[in-house]
Design a protein around this ligand. Structure first.
Ligand code: GDP
Ligand code: MG
Length: 209
């Protein structure tokens, strides 16, 4: 199952990924690293392979991100519960993933992860969660998302980290994982179709002239 993490730099995408895969918290992880991780886990008695892309803001075009976004089975859109401006990126992240998935119904599983709850006391956490949740609900309505959940978490203290990934696995209708070989075949096929279409239109133009 392929999962992509999105959200503004510094919200904790890498910390969540590394905590889930390796059970450690790196306080100083390089913010420019975009990398994929693999982890096997049992969900409801079924063994699942999680292929996770931890994205980063990159100045250059990232073909890996483009393909992962299109072929992803689920998304984690992360924001920092102590930093309200990180909500801005939630909107653009949802916009990007909706475009990349290009579905008739936007039923791709999405968890909105409100990270860094360890930094807030109970009453601040409650207030911030309410505020973030109401903003996220607006975005959900705007894009007509049908398969989503808001979850608080702490990558630092490993709170709700496994739960996020398990929730996405359960939200996915099908457990049949397209293996990497099939994926590669699909990409090659799509590329060759694009190529033949453009060749076809070139020929057409020539014959018209
Ligand atoms: N207190 C706290 N700090 C966190 C948490 N998650 C990430 N951080 C810190 O926030 C900063 C950015 O995290 P990082 O995972 O690199 O963010 P990314 O840019 O979204 O990948 C780092 O200094 C992390 O140590 C968390 O749950 N609690
Ligand atoms: Mg990172």
């Amino acid at each position: 199952m392929r999962i992509v993490l999105l959200g503004r730099g510094g919200v904790g995408k890498s910390a969540i990924t590394i905590q889930f895969c390796q059970h450690i918290f790196y306080p100083e992880y390089d913010p420019s690293i975009e990398d994929s991780y693999r982890k096997t886990a049992i969900v409801d008695n079924t063994q699942l392979i999680f292929d996770i892309l931890d994205t980063a803001y990159l100045e250059y075009y990232s073909p890996m991100k483009e393909q992962y976004m299109h072929y992803a089975h689920a998304f984690i859109v992360v924001c920092d519960l102590t930093d309200r401006p990180t909500l801005v990126e939630v909107n653009s992240a949802v916009n990007d993933l909706v475009l990349a998935q290009d579905r008739e119904v936007n039923d791709m599983p999405i968890v909105f992860a409100l990270n860094k709850i360890d930094l807030l006391n109970d009453s601040d956490k409650k207030l911030a969660t309410e505020e973030f949740s109401s903003e996220i609900r607006k975005i959900v309505n705007e894009f007509s998302l049908t398969n989503w959940k808001i979850m608080e978490c702490s990558a630092k203290q490993r709170q709700n980290i496994d739960e996020i990934f398990m929730d996405l696995a359960r939200r996915r209708q099908y457990y049949d994982i397209v293996d990497d070989f099939t994926l590669l075949q699909n990409i090659t096929l799509e590329n060759s179709q694009k190529k033949s279409i453009s060749e076809h239109s070139r020929h057409k133009k020539c014959s018209l002239m």
